[in-house]
Ligand binder design. Structure first.
Ligand code: COA
Length: 257
């Protein structure tokens, strides 16, 4: 598949999607959002891909937000549709992928950029990264899940402060807040993500998918996460991976999933 605004690289069992609009600081225009949807769908359906890393091209930005030039003259209806469709095809889609997604935040992650990083299953940042939800400075609010996922990750008070001040936080602050798991120098960012991917790949991808479902259930309205956990725990017992994992343990060998 040919993409205009993204690049995909595959490395054994992991794939890296790079958003590639560096002159616009990788801002998410409509086309990029559609392409990201297609790319995530493609990689999700490729069973050789066990981890997806998402990052931005250039040294300055992960993603500097939704493309402001595209929505500056939108009506109420168009604004509603922008958020609804974006959440559906990209942000919720990424959160609910059964393949683990790591965001490698390599610079500015603002607005829709931070929202994309937050939709990923976890985040790693380079030391130059700056994160924030500046939407209220534009007279709008975060519309790609930011008002929901930021409080989930950093707590309500810090999220309120970040949203109301529209201020950026540093990578170190983001780590203290629990928004990113690690901060490393820029040239170590992708190697660290690959290393984490390597640890994930050794485990059962079937079980990991079930765990993603159970963890996400806690953040889904009207769904009881404990019940989903019980169900997914039970389902695991019927999988080949469970047989292989437990047999390998008892035979004192490494599992071959
Ligand atoms: N939408 C559209 N274009 C964007 C953009 C966005 N969210 N963020 C950056 N760009 C474009 C700039 O317009 C500029 O394009 P140009 O060279 O054609 O004029 C280019 O990317 C480089 O950005 P620039 O502002 O010159 O870089 P900077 O280093 O001076 O500032 C930022 C970097 C991130 C502080 C600044 O670009 C910014 O504030 N961006 C908007 C952030 C935002 O509000 N995001 C939330 C959107 S809802």
């Amino acid at each position: 598949m040919n993409f205009e605004n993204i690049l995909i690289a595959q490395n054994e069992n992991s794939a890296t999607i790079t958003i590639n609009r560096p002159t616009k600081l990788n801002a998410l225009n409509k086309n990029t959002i559609s392409e990201l949807h297609e790319a995530f769908k493609l990689l999700e359906n490729d069973k050789t891909v066990k981890v997806i890393i998402i990052t931005g091209s250039g040294e300055k930005a992960f993603v500097a937000g939704a493309d402001i030039s595209e929505f500056a003259d939108f009506s109420v209806e168009e604004g509603t549709e922008l958020a609804r469709k974006g959440q559906q095809i990209l942000f919720d889609f990424v959160q609910n992928l059964s393949t683990p997604v790591i965001a490698a935040v390599n610079g500015f992650a603002l607005g829709g950029g931070l929202e994309l990083a937050m939709a990923a299953h976890f985040r790693v940042a380079s030391s130059n990264a700056k994160m924030g939800l500046p939407e209220v400075s534009l007279g709008v609010i975060p519309g790609y899940g930011g008002t929901q996922r930021l409080p989930q990750l950093v707590g309500k008070g810090k999220a309120m402060e970040m949203i109301m001040t529209a201020a950026m936080i540093s990578a170190e602050e983001a780590k203290q807040y629990g928004l990113v798991n690690y901060v490393v120098e820029q040239d170590e960012l992708l190697p660290l993500c690959e290393k984490l991917a390597g640890k994930i790949i050794r485990n059962s991808s079937v079980a990991i998918s079930a765990a993603i479902k159970a963890v996400n259930a806690n953040y889904t309205n009207c769904i009881n996460g404990y019940s989903v956990e019980i169900e997914q725990f039970g389902v695991s017992f019927g999988t080949d991976d469970f047989k292989e994992g437990t047999t390998a343990f008892l035979e004192k060998r490494k599992p071959n999933f």
